[in-house]
Design a protein around this ligand. Structure first.
Ligand SMILES: Cc1ncc(COP(=O)(O)O)c(C=O)c1O
Length: 377
């Protein structure tokens, strides 16, 4: 069976993990952690990068940093992972879900604008499949209404919008280094990208259980003490060691994934042109990172038949998010604003194909042929 995902492994990670073990410094923000942070800050040109145990944790930090609470509203797509909403629901905020643009599955900027009220505090955009949202519109809207913009760039490492790396355009951005993402820290991991310098000091305090330990480590205070609320939002050195290798090879990993993505696109283009399926759309101002290759079938039933047919032929394909507003907790903690024209219908048609670093060319060709055969049956 051709799997949907294989965690990225360049073959050099084990040696780095071994080295981390030998240095006998395994807690967070050690030498390998610093190496990853330096890479991120240099490549992104951001104010501050902070490694976290997951993108979920980084999103929780954004909720703490924006100081949302009871009575505040946060706007986001319903078509996202639970963590985007959970982070803010945990602080007592009310979630306002909006519909997506079916071309990209990203939030529709007009609908975000229509959902703003005088209680809105944060807009969380999700760059679906590593393809950027309309960030100019988002930042302009935020400026006019004094709102925070958080980019959930869980899938967006190495993607850009108007040549700016995703995660660096809003006030903050979050990355995931989960095993399903383009770069992994060995299973679970993430990063918080801070772009607004007024948030940096507090972000470092929140990461270290609410203490000024990071100032202590820099020799700037002689004892570290409890300064604020916080938690343990650190990534262990073993995970940072694994990640450091992946970041060093980011160009090579990105090129390999883009090659696969293009092979899928070109191979399935005849079916798209014949109107049998739809493919992904990448707006001109976006450079994407081939995080995902998805197609859309005619409807849910056809998708289910195609999943079965692919499986019978040795190809694993998977669906994606169940819209949050349709779930029990989504109804409890949020509300869909406006009409659900696309979120549910499009999510039921969307199917993701195997895409991982090092996938064999023949396996991609087999997937394309199987889908083509399905539509010729
Ligand atoms: C958009 C989005 N945000 C957040 C997350 C959570 O990432 P993590 O597993 O690193 O916590 C995911 C996970 O897939 C995601 O797709």
């Amino acid at each position: 069976m051709i799997p949907f995902n294989k965690p990225c492994n360049t073959g050099k990670e084990a040696a780095a993990v071994q080295e981390a073990m030998q240095q006998e410094k395994l807690a967070g923000n050690g030498p390998f952690g610093k190496k990853c942070v330096d890479w991120l800050e240099e490549h992104l040109g951001c104010e501050k990068a902070i490694l976290t145990p997951s993108c979920t944790a980084a999103l929780e930090m954004t909720a703490l940093l924006t100081q949302v609470g009871e009575g505040d509203e946060v706007i986001m797509p319903s078509y996202t992972f639970v963590s985007t909403a959970n982070a803010y629901a945990l602080r007592g905020a009310h979630i306002r879900f909006v519909d997506v643009d079916p071309a990209t599955m990203n939030v529709d900027p007009d609908l975000v604008e229509a959902a703003v009220t005088d209680r809105t505090k944060v807009i969380v955009v999700v760059h679906y499949a590593g393809v950027a949202c309309d960030m100019d519109r988002m930042m302009d809207l935020a400026k006019r209404n004094s709102l925070w913009v958080v980019e959930d760039a869980a899938q967006g490492v190495m993607s850009t919008y108007k040549e700016k790396p995703l995660g660096t355009i809003g006030h903050m951005g979050t990355f995931s280094f989960h095993e399903t993402k383009n770069y992994t820290s060995g299973g679970e991991g993430g990063a918080l990208i801070v772009n607004d310098p007024t948030l940096t000091e507090r972000a470092e305090i929140l990461q270290e259980k609410g203490t000024d330990r990071s100032l202590f480590m820099q020799g700037m205070v002689d004892k570290y003490t409890w300064r604020d609320i916080g938690s343990s939002y650190l990534l262990s050195e073993l995970n940072a060691a694994y990640l450091s290798v992946q970041l060093e090879h980011a160009g090579q990993i990105n090129a390999d994934r883009l090659h696969t993505w293009t092979a899928y696109y070109e191979g399935l283009l005849p079916l798209m042109e014949a109107g049998k399926i739809s493919g992904p759309h990448v707006p001109e101002e976006c450079e994407q990172n081939a995080h995902m290759f998805y197609i859309k079938t005619r409807d849910k039933q056809e998708r289910s038949d195609l999943i079965d047919y692919l499986k019978e032929n040795g190809v694993m394909s998977v669906t994606h998010y169940v819209p949050l507003h349709s779930a029990h907790a989504g109804q409890k903690y949020g509300k869909f604003i406006g009409k659900d024209n696309y979120t549910t219908a499009e999510s039921e048609r969307l199917l993701r194909l195997p895409l991982y670093y090092g996938i064999e060319k023949e396996d991609v060709a087999h997937g394309i042929k199987t889908i083509t055969d399905f539509y010729q049956k």
